[in-house]
Design a protein around this ligand. Structure first.
Ligand SMILES: NC(=O)c1ccc[n+]([C@@H]2O[C@H](COP(=O)([O-])OP(=O)(O)OC[C@H]3O[C@@H](n4cnc5c(N)ncnc54)[C@H](OP(=O)(O)O)[C@@H]3O)[C@@H](O)[C@H]2O)c1
Length: 278
């Protein structure tokens, strides 16, 4: 047996076939794409968690692999019930969130607290509730964060703050639970074509491409995934000149927007006619 074979056997990639997963916000854009991608890749069962199970997308009605679960991530009783009832979860996809566009001066305390409840405390409480089961099954967690957690706030500073808080929490979870066999992957999408980003005109990735790329990264045990062209551009710019992001955020954002538009146009021109944009 070669060393390489030995390492591969000790650290085989994760597989999605026969997995049981729980996805929050499973009735929304990226959540729907995650559930579908899991099913397409052989998941045995997906707990499709949403505030109102009656909003289960039509495509899964009657599909015994999809179990609609009532779960408002701000509701402690919902969280406790889900954790007690569904102890067979191998993969928890922490996806649900709300956006909050507009200047900080226009956001009252109730609004800011609600954003933190959904985008930060929800993931914290769910992680705490599910971590025993995930540890015992040597399962995994995917946190759907945002590039808004990384770059200085633009049009949605309260949302950015909530995602930055969650990103730091997720990094802590990764560090702790990772040592106990739980594979934690942090996902940082750029603009994605869903209800949440409807107000933005930027080029957007499809929810399907985000879900597939993120699941690939999780199965390959990546700590982080930058699943689209914009998030990869921001990552490259941070590596090249991260200081400017801090000292001149307005200028840095404008430059990122210009480069993203330029790269998207070039990619479109290079793509074969009729091929889909990722
Ligand atoms: N779209 C983007 O450009 C983009 C970019 C970066 C990151 N993201 C992240 O991607 C994730 C998915 O967002 P999306 O783009 O798919 O947006 P979306 O279509 O608006 O979906 C958001 C989902 O979160 C659910 N949700 C909201 N509040 C909830 C609560 N209190 N409890 C449980 N579920 C709740 C929504 O359910 P209801 O239908 O009941 O409201 C919906 O299913 C989020 O974490 C978001 O921050 C999105």
């Amino acid at each position: 047996m070669t060393d390489t074979t030995f390492i591969a056997k000790q650290h085989p990639p994760r597989v999605l076939g026969a997995t049981t997963a729980l996805v929050t916000g499973a009735n929304g854009g990226i959540g729907v794409a995650f559930v579908q991608a899991l099913l397409d890749q052989g998941a045995a069962r997906v707990y499709a968690a949403m505030r109102d199970p009656a909003s289960l997308p039509q495509q899964w009605q009657g599909d015994s692999r999809v179990v609609p679960v009532k779960l408002d991530v701000t509701n402690r009783a919902d969280i406790a019930e889900a954790a007690a009832r569904y102890r067979d979860i191998d993969l928890f996809i922490c996806n649900a969130a709300v956006t909050c566009i507009g200047p900080v001066s226009e956001k009252d305390e109730t609004t800011v607290r609600h954003v933190m409840e959904v985008n930060y405390f929800g993931p914290v409480m769910l992680t705490q509730a599910l971590s025993d089961a995930l540890r015992s099954r040597r399962g995994g967690i995917i946190y759907v964060l945002s590039m808004a957690a990384m770059i200085p706030p633009g049009p949605a500073p309260v949302y950015s703050a909530s995602k930055a808080a969650c990103a730091m929490y997720a990094a802590g979870v990764r560090s702790e639970l990772g040592k106990q066999g739980v594979q934690v992957t942090l996902c940082f999408p750029g603009y994605v074509d869903t209800r949440q980003s409807a107000a933005f005109k930027s080029r957007k990735a499809s929810p399907e491409s985000i879900a597939n790329e993120t699941l690939r990264a999780w199965t390959e045990k990546q700590s982080h995934v930058f699943p689209d062209a914009f998030s990869q551009l921001v990552l490259a710019e941070m590596a090249r000149d991260g200081a400017t992001m801090l000292t001149d955020p307005e200028g840095a954002r404008k430059e990122l927007a210009r480069k993203h538009e330029e790269q998207s146009t070039m990619a479109e021109l290079a793509a074969p006619e009729g091929s889909a944009q990722s």
